[in-house]
Structure formats: C-alpha cells, structure tokens
Design a protein. Structure first.
Lengths: 404, 404
C-alpha cells in the first residue's frame, strides 16, 4: 500500500510495542524433489508455537518474479514501495560500509584503477588489489582537504571504496568519472544539472588531490568515482508511523537503511550472536515502540549454498527466541527480506514465510508450523511486503478507523 | 505488474526455454452441487504429475468479477495490462479472421446492410444473410482500387466482414459510418482528428465504390464501417522480455494477437489436433526461447454447454502432453486465458487453474492434482494473469536482481 498520507492521518501513538525480526534470505527451496526447504527442515519448536497461535502467510518482496537486492527488500519490509523509493548506489555502498549519510550529503562509490604515464587507464580495477592494499590507499586519501566541505571515506572491498561529501548546497547530479573502458583517461566530474556545477568542481579538486597522493602507488595509482547520489529523503518512521524506532543489526548496510528511515541505530559488535542481539533489544526495550532486529547469517549460509548450515542458523534463532518473548511484545513479526535458497546460492524472487503474532488481535488459521507450505494456507495469504508495516501497526492497535 | 521499463532493464537472454500452453476457457464449474468441475472430472495423469512436482495456483484474467474476451485475456497472459493496452475492435476482428495488421495499417469492421431506393437503411444486418452469401458480396468488393493504398478484405461471419487499409500516412481516428438505427442513410466517414482527413476521404471513395458494386445485391446492397483502429504498437517480446517467441495456434485470432506482441506465427492447418500442434512446437524447438501453444476446443465445448466433451478435450491434451515434455522445456506453464464453464455456455470471470513446472526453481506446495480446488492451496496463490510472464521468466532464470 505505502500510502503515507493515509498512514500519517490514521496512525496513533498508543504505546503498543512491535518487534520486527528479520532473518535475511529466510525463504528456501527443497534440496531434492519432494524434500523439505531449509525452514521446513529446521527444528523450530518456538517459532512453530508462535505460528500455531498467530497468523502466517507469504510476503512478496517487490513483485512476482522480481528478485530484490537487500536495499529494496528492506525498504519494502519497512513499508516503502521499492519501485517508488530508490536508494542511490553511492548511498547504498556508503551506508553498507558504515559511513553516515545525512540529508544534503552526496555519497559516491569509488574504484582504484591503474593509469600509465600519460594518464590513460590500463586497468579499471587496479589488478583487483586486496582489501588490505585498498585500505592503505584509502589512508593516503583520508585527509585530503577541500575548502567548505567535509569528506568521509572508507574502503569497501578490494579496489572499491565509498565516500561521503558533506556541506552546504551540494548536489548529486554528477556523471560517473569511470569511462567504463581502458585506453582512455578518467573523465572529469561533469554536472548533469546546472545546480551541480559547484559540487562537480569540488569533486574535481578532490580528484586532482587524489591523483597527486596516489602517484607511484601502482597498480592503484588513480581513482574513478561513480554512483553519485544524495541522501534519498525518505519519509521517517516517527512522522509516518508515530513510532520511536530502533535498529539492532550487525552488518552496516542494514544499519544504513534503517538510519535512512529514521530509526536509531543501536551499537553492536561484528561478532554479536543472535542472543547478543536479543540482549540489545532487551536493553533498549523501554525506550522504543518498534525494534527492527536483523539476523544476517541465514542469507550468508544460503549464499554459501550450505543447506545444513542455513538450517542450523534458523534453529539457533529459534533457540534464542524465548529471550525476545520474555519482553512481552504486543506484536512480533518474523520474516525474511527475500528468499536465498541454498540450492541457488543467491537471492531469489520466491515469496517469504511470514509470521505475525499478536495475542488477542491476530486471526487464527490452519497453519501450525513456521514453514513455506504451512504459510500457503495461513491467514495472511500471499501479500506484498510493503503491506507488512500497516498490518503490524494495526495488530498493535496503532491505526485509527478510516472514515465514519 | 506489467512494468515494462523495469522488465526491459532486468530481463536476460540466458537461453532458458519457456512453453506457455493455453487451454482456452480452461476453468469450469460443477454441473451439479457438490460435483467436480470439468478439469476435476478429467482423468489427467500427466498434468497431475506436473502439478504435484510443480507450483500451482489460480490466475485472475483482468480483475475480480470481470469476464474477459479472448483479446484482453490473452494480452494479460502475455504480460500486458489489458486495462492499459487495448486492441481496437477493427484490429481484433481483422486479426481474428487472419488478415495481417501491421504498424501504420487501419483495420475496420464492416456490416452488410439493406438500403431502399432512397439510400435509407431498412435493415442494419442485411437480413442476417448466411456466411456463404456474405462471402459472395465480399468477392464483389475485393478488387476495389483506391489510388495510393492497398486493401485487404475478408468475410468474418454472416453479414460481418473485416478490412485492412495499408499505405503512407493513414490515420484511424474516424467515426463509425453505421448510424446504429434504421430509417436514415449510412453516414459518411468523418475524421475525429484533422490528421485523419485524408484517410476519411479514401474511406468515402471506397464506400462509393462499394455502393456501386452492391447495387441489386439485396438484401445486402450496401455496407457500413465501424471500429476503425490502428495497429496498437504494443511493446514487443524481443524488446521487453528478450525472448525469441513463436505462436502455435489454429485459430486466426490467437495468431493475430501473438503477431501484435512480436511473436512469429507458425503455419498450422485448421484441422490440426493437439498432437499436431505439439509436433509443430517440436519442429521449431531450436529456433525459439518461448513458444505459446494454444488449444481452442476446451473453450468451444464450454461454449456449447457440453460438459463431457470439454472433459474429453482436456483428457486429449493430457494424453498428448508427453510429446511436449520430451522437449525438456526449462519452464512449462499450463493455464487458460479465462474460464468457460459448460454450465454457462460462455466466458466467465472465475480464476483459472494454472500450473508452473520448472524443475529446481519452483516452490513445492500442497496441491497434487491439476484441478480448481487443488490450485486454491498452491504455491502461486491467486494472482493477476499479467504476473504470469514475470513468473515464467524468473523460473527460467531470465530476470536479473533488482537493486543491490
């Protein structure tokens, strides 16, 4: 639905508390014809009990047949139509490595490349240097000073880095400086809109400085920039949903997208277990109406193609679940942002098992386990992921009647 | 969904092969309370096995409660929102009788009528003459020559014919010449847009010539024209889906709609059986990525009100199915364009049983027979028919990930 004008009008600050527990890439497929999916194979007594008590169904991330990346998939779960609200590549990359992107900022993806003595690109990816080597080059660029703006930069992976420019009157309508081929020089930053003229000049000052500092650093002796994008200015949770919202996630990208919709991002460590994450939720329980808790490793094991390991991750979440239930949420939603079948080793378009538990407000159904084939006969049916937030809010009694 | 901008961006030419087998008017209703539908009554071991292995569901042709004609129903199956993309009446009638309609052509429906000695219409349908009598009148009109344009004409049925005008700068914005009542003369062709002025003049030259040639041919001694329409300029399969697509159908109308979306139309004969059609599919197998195969007689027997005969047609398709399966398609979709319950003797709005078989990529479900009530518990749920093409493409691994 994603009708924020309507939601802004109808949402209420009634104090009902919602937990959105996302197991990334939760949905799966059987390893062999007639066999169970990962979720069906997993022993999950706690989730099954909640499925049995609550309503279950299947959520469609973006549209039937469309496989989403993590950005659009999370936007949909957060209630934003991902075909309408797009997070630019630069912003996704920057938030993905933990750089803060705020309104007015321009975020950029960068590549180290190799140029010859005439300034001609001979390798667009600088021989795919290691992340360690990439990080060393980033250090050389970190203290480039451009008057009037502030710059954050960090390594992403191998030859890739991200950068955020912060200052008055910046504009992200700038063409890529990566010419997309070798045998030519890197392009200058050129504005695609007259309003981006000054920003392009600042970017070119930065590129000149970068060229100086990378001199002699072969194979990574120059940088190209692409995916220039502004902070997307998404409507915020407090405004459209009247929710004080927080994000408990381990990976930077999910923190980044949460920040863009106005959630407070809770500090975690890279080695936090599911139980650690639930402890964070417990710690902040009294300060928030809505807590998004993200579990990464279901997706990671799916991408590895490791069916059994994905099953184990799901079982681990189930085992830790009582810690979350002890908090007595009014609404608990358990779902994935998309499917990552181990047999695919990749994201897929298949609809995602979803559980909505809200004692006293959810419809009963025939589904009595948290599993793909049970969700097909659940009360939620198959529904667009963007409808999940209105459903969660309704079950928390946070949406007023529409019309008299 | 029908978001061609998105699909154009995401579709891939990966070589996955798709067969869309349409049994026209497949869906049905029980003959008596508590009894089976036509599809439920049919003995279909092959379809049941595919349903058991694959994903099943119910497709909604246009919108809930809306009974589609064959044109919009097929547009939806082909992925075109039939409320957005309309094929004009003239084009549908012309393609329906096998006339070719190409970009720039104007297609027109015609009626023979009776006029008195003062040129006043006394019967708008020329006494509903037989098709044979109608065909004789068409022969009289066939070689009317209008400078600068080429004209195709053929009988449709009884007093109805269709015509295609071909030439530079034609425009279809012309009002009907049928005044929709007797006691007045046929109208002249008048442009509804200044750009159609010249076309209207050409049409009037043709009408004058037709009046001359039909003189004395009572009761069919004049013709009226209506439903002027241009070739609709639909996005083409090769462009939006990156598919080399072909149509194997016996009836002209289905060939016509297929041609309008850019499919190659394979030559068939009017007496081809289902097995003959599958042999055509086999013959062209290596030349195409996507083959639409249309079975007409499920609909015909439904329109006859002959429940048992419709059951027999379905069983015949099931019997021939191994010929199709021998080709090893990556994706086989079996569905109907709409329902034609024998108890209705007409098209209906009921959702249509749909089977999607794509080993290794489809979700398993609880449905284990190809039948209405099994489809209700299937993995595809109830879905808009326009989503079928994205689903088929996804299962053939022909759609890239959306966003990062």
């Amino acid at each position: 639905m994603a009708d924020f004008d309507l939601l802004r009008r109808l949402t209420l600050d009634t104090g009902g508390k919602i937990v959105l527990l996302v197991m990334d890439g939760l949905g799966g497929l059987p390893r062999e014809q007639g066999g169970p999916t990962e979720l069906e194979a997993a022993h999950t007594p706690n989730l099954d009990r909640l499925a049995c008590e609550g309503s279950i169904g299947l959520s469609i991330p973006v549209a039937r047949g469309i496989t989403p990346g993590s950005g659009p998939a999370h936007l949909a779960l957060f209630g934003y139509d991902p075909l309408k609200y797009e997070i630019g590549r630069g912003v996704l990359e920057a938030t993905g490595i933990g750089l803060e992107v705020n309104p007015g900022d321009v975020a950029i993806r960068g590549n180290f490349c190799t140029i010859d003595e005439n300034g001609i690109i001979t390798d667009r990816r600088a021989g795919r240097i290691s992340t360690e080597e990439g990080a060393k080059r980033v250090e050389l660029l970190r203290d480039i000073k451009i008057p009037g703006i502030e710059i954050d930069i960090d390594i992403a992976k191998e030859y890739r880095f991200a950068m955020v420019m912060r200052g008055e009157g910046l504009n992200g309508a700038i063409a890529d400086t990566d010419p997309q081929r070798t045998g030519v020089a890197p392009l200058s930053a050129t504005p695609m809109d007259p309003a981006a003229q000054r920003t392009a000049e600042l970017v070119n000052q930065w590129l000149d400085a970068a060229r100086e500092r990378l001199k002699g650093q072969e194979p990574a002796n120059m940088a190209t920039l692409r995916g220039f994008a502004m902070e997307p200015g998404l409507p915020k949770y407090a405004d459209v949903y009247k929710l004080r919202a927080a994000c408990v996630a381990v990976y930077p990208m999910y923190k980044g997208v949460s920040r863009l919709v106005g959630m407070d991002v809770i500090q975690t460590t890279a080695h936090d277990t599911t139980l650690d994450e639930f402890e964070h939720v417990a710690r902040i329980w009294n300060d928030y109406d809505f807590i998004f808790c993200h579990i990464k490793y279901t997706d990671s094991r799916g991408e590895d193609g490791d069916f059994d390991a994905k099953v184990k991750v799901i079982e681990g979440v189930d085992e830790a679940l009582p810690r979350l239930m002890d908090l007595n949420p009014d609404v608990l939603v358990v779902t994935g942002d998309h499917s990552t079948p181990a047999t695919y080793r990749a994201h897929s378009w298949h609809p995602v098992p979803t559980l909505l538990w809200a004692p006293g407000t959810h419809m009963p159904d025939r589904g009595c386990a948290f599993a793909e084939r049970e969700c097909m006969i659940g009360a939620l049916g198959q529904f667009p992921a963007v409808d999940l937030m209105p459903l969660a809010l309704a079950h928390a009694r946070r949406i007023a009647k529409f019309g008299a």
